[in-house]
Design a binder for this molecule. Structure first.
Ligand code: SAM
Length: 219
């Protein structure tokens, strides 16, 4: 008998107000595409028996909360954001949805790099990917949600070498990008680090062509 993939509810963010979303990224098409991708990967991810899941740039906390609902209390759920309000709001989202997460305020994965090297089973990042002038990158606050600099890749390119180091042998990275970020160039970079890339989801949303890329170690 064929086993049906379970459907997971989108985390409840009704506790967040419009004022919260002046300070923290409001879940949008990119966030929901990432949730769809994770849900579609449920069986492959379950096989990993994940023990450590990390989201970089958690914003409202919708994605890490979704992962925590998928895999339950057997794993540890850590998320980071450079925006302190995002870390606070993400903790509230987890509470609202009755899961436990550990938000950390830091640049990318600086605070967990050493302790979690080679230990992360599921790593996700919906990064600031919009093509903007370089001087808009890393300005903090809500602008940090989208400002990606040249080719929209300045934050992504800084993150990729860290991702490679964090992943466990079986670990999987899911990364949201848009067409302008040049998936072919990202694929070349990651191949040099020994990672194989596939596309899990692709959707057009207004002007944006969104992709969820998946990276695994070449065995
Ligand atoms: C596009 S939003 C995604 C938010 C959330 N994950 C979602 O999918 O709705 C990008 C997030 O990355 C965070 N961010 C940007 N630069 C970062 C950095 N250098 N280190 C950690 N987080 C960063 C932003 O503050 C923002 O919350």
């Amino acid at each position: 008998m064929e086993c049906q993939r379970p459907v997971f509810a989108t985390p409840d963010t009704s506790h967040l107000s419009p004022q919260d979303f002046d300070l923290v990224y409001e879940p949008a098409e990119d966030s929901f595409l990432l949730l769809d991708a994770l849900e579609s990967e449920y069986f492959s991810l379950r096989k990993l028996r994940p023990t450590i899941c990390v989201e970089v740039g958690c914003g409202s906390g919708i994605c890490i909360t979704f992962l925590a609902s998928m895999f339950g209390p057997g794993a540890c759920y850590i998320c980071t954001d450079i925006n302190p309000t995002a870390a606070k709001v993400a903790a509230q989202t987890a509470d609202q949805n009755k899961v436990l997460i550990h938000p950390i305020v830091c640049d990318l994965v600086n605070a967990i790099n050493d302790q979690l090297r080679g230990k992360v089973d599921i790593l996700v990042f919906n990064p600031p990917y919009v093509v903007t002038p370089s001087n808009e990158v890393g300005n903090g606050g809500i602008e940090a949600s989208w400002a990606g600099g040249e080719k929209g890749r300045e934050v992504i390119d800084r993150f990729l070498p860290h991702a490679v180091q964090l992943l466990s042998l079986q670990g999987i990275l899911y990364l949201v990008i848009i067409k302008e970020n040049r998936s072919d160039e990202i694929e070349d970079k990651m191949r040099q680090f020994g990672l194989h890339m596939t596309t899990v989801k692709n959707r057009r949303a207004g002007k944006e062509n969104l992709y969820v890329l998946k990276f695994t170690r070449v065995t």
